[in-house]
Design a protein around this ligand. Structure first.
Ligand code: NAP
Length: 251
């Protein structure tokens, strides 16, 4: 069987560097190109004959890059965060029209995917919940894509279980603006940015006389690589673009 030809975009960055090494070390994959800011991505895809392009760049370039990858005949595996729901849906429509596989995953760490699944299950029984995500101080977007996806899954669970009602809160005042975090789908999200952290998330549930904490820690960027490699192998067999590693893990 021939090897899957992979190009890494954002190859000089932290995740891009790790990905290029992981692709080189993976059976059945061939690293055929590496691009970064200033390179012509479509020409590079065509010249290298890349089948899959892994994108770890910056939120402001991610949509443009994903469109360009699809237009150039390759399958995108996008780890860059910062997509809106509308942007994801538009890319899914485009990929479906082309019959092309792809994946946008806010978190490639299997443990983080499990955390999201467990949080979705727990919300049915403990509907009072807040999300804290902690990242290194060079991360430019907030909240993290993982936190947004976690909240979306929790909201889905709450909406599907009308008996899971959140407790009434008194009207809150913030003496320091933002002290209660930002609200996404009516669930508080708190973002911490400090040197020393990589990517971490904690989902806190409160109940009568009890609390439940779910936490995942990516302590090195290697944690994302099994998920990235799995995604590369999957997308070449798919005919649509998925959002979330959980959607392709068991396919
Ligand atoms: P990084 O170290 O800053 O790397 C980004 C690289 O992309 C840099 O070399 C940057 O060049 C380059 N770049 C910027 N604009 C570009 C463009 N238009 N075309 C091509 N390359 C471009 O960032 P990182 O830590 O690797 O993170 C990258 C993204 O992945 C972020 O959105 C982050 O949140 C996300 N992330 C996702 C996961 C996941 O599991 N899905 C895990 C970790 C991180 P310059 O430095 O010259 O600007």
């Amino acid at each position: 069987m021939s090897e899957i030809r992979v190009l890494v975009n954002g190859a000089k960055g932290r995740m891009g560097t790790e990905t290029a090494q992981a692709v080189i070390g993976a059976d059945g994959l061939e690293l055929v190109g590496q691009t970064d800011l200033g390179d012509d991505l479509s020409s590079a895809i065509a010249d290298a004959g890349a089948q899959v392009v892994v994108d770890f760049t910056i939120p402001s370039a991610a949509v443009h890059n994903a469109n360009l990858i699809l237009d150039s005949g390759a399958s995108p595996v996008v780890g860059t965060t910062g997509f809106s729901t509308e942007e994801i849906e538009a890319l899914q429509e485009k990929a479906a029209g082309l019959g092309r596989g792809g994946l946008i995953a806010p978190n490639f760490a299997i443990g983080a995917v499990l955390l999201m699944k467990f949080a979705q299950q727990a919300a049915k029984y403990l509907p009072d919940v807040e999300v804290i995500e902690l990242h290194h101080d060079q991360k430019v977007d907030a909240p993290s894509g993982t936190a947004l996806k976690t909240v979306e899954l929790i909201r889905e669970s709450l909406d599907q279980n009308p008996s899971a009602r959140q407790t009434e809160r008194p009207e809150e005042t913030e003496t320091v603006s933002g002290a209660r975090g930002g609200k996404y789908l009516n669930i508080p999200v708190h973002s911490v940015r400090l040197p020393g952290y990589v990517a971490h998330e904690e989902v806190l549930f409160g109940g009568t006389g009890q609390v439940l904490s779910l936490r995942h820690d990516s302590i090195s960027r290697e944690s994302f690589m099994p998920g990235v490699i799995l995604a590369i192998r999957k997308v070449v067999e798919l005919d649509r673009l998925y959002y979330g590693l959980d959607q392709v893990m068991d396919l």
